[in-house]
Design a protein around this ligand. Structure first.
Ligand SMILES: [Zn+2]
Ligand SMILES: [Zn+2]
Ligand SMILES: [Zn+2]
Length: 335
């Protein structure tokens, strides 16, 4: 029997239709491209990217030369114009706005085969710290209302490059994205009614039910979402209430690196190296919402196609129950 589940924050419905379920191994697999000759992110290929705007460098190394651990460059293919002024206009009922904003790439490791699951925990911790620092710098730009951090792995997930050299995008937007706005509205409604953070309540319930929790360390928990849109969709939450990722204390980042790598490793173990997207949902910049919003990471494996029903209805059909997904992922945790 299919089951409908409603997301308690966004009120979005998901239909779980497990009869349609395929074996997890039948889903698509990302082939790693080993050849690094053409890779603009490899150490020694610094001239293939625009000049770096920041890098964690070995002492004595030269800007835009080898000898770095994490390197940040503007995205050559940015959809946003960094120098333009923000112009908004209306024509009748239609609104338009200049595509002003910022788009940076964080090259997370100098090593070509360094996909997230091949990186050491301390390397992940280091690039998370760089991302955090970059968001804090971007926040001061008066045009920026929201900083979105995205990671695309595999062409099914929209990665532009054939090679799989580990990198993330930091996008500073002049508006708050719709998905985040929906979460804020849902959290606000919940807060007005109960005077509590909806995310904190979800975390408490997930920990007590322990049906969808994958990993629970000192500061973070990863959970297959109750009303997951996609098979194996997973979220990572800080257990302590925090509205903004970029305000996370540095001493928490080691725990975050561990839970991120181990959760992705479990996912790759079950689904045989699937394409996926990772987004960090943090509070909008310069908006005071310390009690309402609770930052989190969403991990969305891209293993099934969104069809006409989803596009037309806004409902999602998910063939894998999150309880089963969590169980499979827990079996794949490295002991
Ligand atoms: Zn490379
Ligand atoms: Zn909270
Ligand atoms: Zn979210």
């Amino acid at each position: 029997m299919p089951e409908y589940r409603k997301d308690p924050i966004t009120k979005r419905w998901v239909i779980f239709s497990t009869e349609r379920s395929e074996r997890p191994k039948d889903f698509g697999k990302v082939e790693q491209v080993i050849d690094s000759q053409e890779c603009p992110f490899c150490e020694g290929h610094e001239d293939m990217t625009p000049p770096e705007v920041y890098a964690l460098r070995d002492e004595g190394s030269q800007k835009d030369g080898p000898g770095w651990k994490v390197r940040v460059v503007p995205d050559k293919f940015s959809i946003l114009d960094e120098d333009g002024d923000l112009k908004k206009a209306g024509k009748g009922i239609y609104d338009t706005m200049s595509a002003t904003g910022l788009h940076e790439l964080v090259i997370e490791t100098p090593n070509h085969m360094g996909s997230l699951i091949n990186l050491e925990y301390h390397e992940i911790e280091t690039f998370l710290k760089v991302i955090k620092d970059r968001i804090n710098i971007k926040k001061d730009d008066y045009i920026i209302q929201y900083v979105l951090v995205v990671k695309n792995y595999g062409s099914e997930a929209g990665a532009k490059f054939k090679h799989s050299h580990s990198h993330s995008h930091i996008v500073g937007l002049p508006v708050i994205p719709k998905r985040v706005r929906e979460e804020i509205l849902g959290a606000k409604e919940y807060y007005e009614f109960r005077e509590r953070c909806v995310f904190c309540d979800i975390i408490a319930q997930e920990l007590s039910e322990n049906e969808r929790v994958i990993i629970n360390n000192e500061h973070f928990v990863s959970v297959c979402s109750y009303a997951a849109r996609f098979p194996y969709e997973t979220a990572i939450f800080p257990k302590k209430h925090m509205s903004a990722f970029e305000n996370t204390p540095d001493e928490y980042l080691s725990d975050l690196a561990h839970i991120l790598k181990d959760t992705i490793s479990a996912l790759c173990g079950v689904l045989d190296n699937p394409a996926y997207n990772i987004v960090i949902h943090t509070a909008p910049v310069n908006q005071i919402m310390p009690v309402l919003y609770h930052w989190h990471i969403e991990i969305m494996p891209r293993i099934n196609k969104v069809a006409g029903f989803e596009w037309g209805s806004g409902f999602y059909i998910n063939p894998v129950l999150p309880e089963d997904a969590a169980l499979h992922m827990k079996e794949n945790l490295r002991s």
